[in-house]
Design a protein around this ligand. Structure first.
Ligand code: C5P
Length: 221
């Protein structure tokens, strides 16, 4: 038996990497598998929520019951989120969004012209999706993720405040990308709380329980 702690709630989740094109056949991405975000989407659906998952390219099937929208770039992920965030109660940003895109991406495949000539890539900053949502006048309850490689307790608490969000989730293992297990620390205004190493499905359920508890506490639902 699982209680439907998010019945009637709408949850929007980003997951996976983004893919930033260099030319029509090449691009820049990262090692995010999407497993943590997909597990959270599944757990939110199991808790009774209507769940929309905006996902970068992954090898994963859409979780049962979840509406998935597939995107490639950070800009597309941003636009998909901003188009529907107004109707959401909870936004969980799990995606490993590329900080930069290639500003001078080529419409045609870049040719190798000589042995010494190398293409010169220029970069432009991508929008911060989580920050854009958190800055909305009627922002949903926002949850961010952080993958710090050191000083997680210090950086995690600071990042939550800088991002202006009620809950930030820190990955303890900085080599969590692609793995089936993870270890998390939850940072909120009261302090921090560790969730011991477990598979991502179990951690996702614990996180969803925590979020629904916070929403009930703070907003009396
Ligand atoms: O600042 P940093 O990239 O470490 O923050 C990570 C958090 O911000 C994650 O929740 C990630 O999904 C979100 N993020 C985002 N858009 C970006 C960069 C990060 O939504 N362009």
């Amino acid at each position: 038996f699982q209680s439907k702690t998010l019945a009637g709630k709408r949850v929007l989740i980003t997951a996976g990497p983004t893919f930033e094109p260099i030319d029509p056949v090449r691009g820049i991405t990262n090692l995010s598998s999407g497993k943590m975000g997909y597990a959270i989407a599944q757990a939110a659906w199991e808790a009774g929520a209507h769940v929309t998952l905006v996902s970068g390219p992954t090898a994963l099937d859409a979780p049962y019951g979840v509406q998935r929208q597939q995107v490639q770039t950070a800009q597309q992920m941003h636009d998909a989120v901003m188009a529907q965030v107004n109707t959401q109660d909870i936004f969980i940003a799990v995606a490993a969004v590329a900080d930069w895109r290639v500003a001078n991406a080529s419409d045609q495949k870049i040719k190798k012209t000589s042995d010494s000539d190398t293409p010169q890539l220029q970069f432009a900053q991508n929008p911060d999706i989580l920050a854009s949502v958190a800055a909305l006048p009627k922002a949903p309850y926002c949850v961010g993720f952080a993958a710090e490689s050191e000083n997680l307790l210090e950086y995690g608490a600071a990042k939550r405040i800088k991002k202006n969000i009620p809950l930030l989730v820190g990955n303890i293992g900085h080599h969590t990308f692609g793995k089936d297990e993870n270890e998390l620390v939850l940072f909120d205004a009261k302090g921090h709380q560790a969730l011991a190493k477990a598979d991502k499905q179990s951690l996702a359920k614990q996180l969803i329980d925590h979020i629904s508890g916070e929403l009930r506490g703070a907003h009396g639902i």
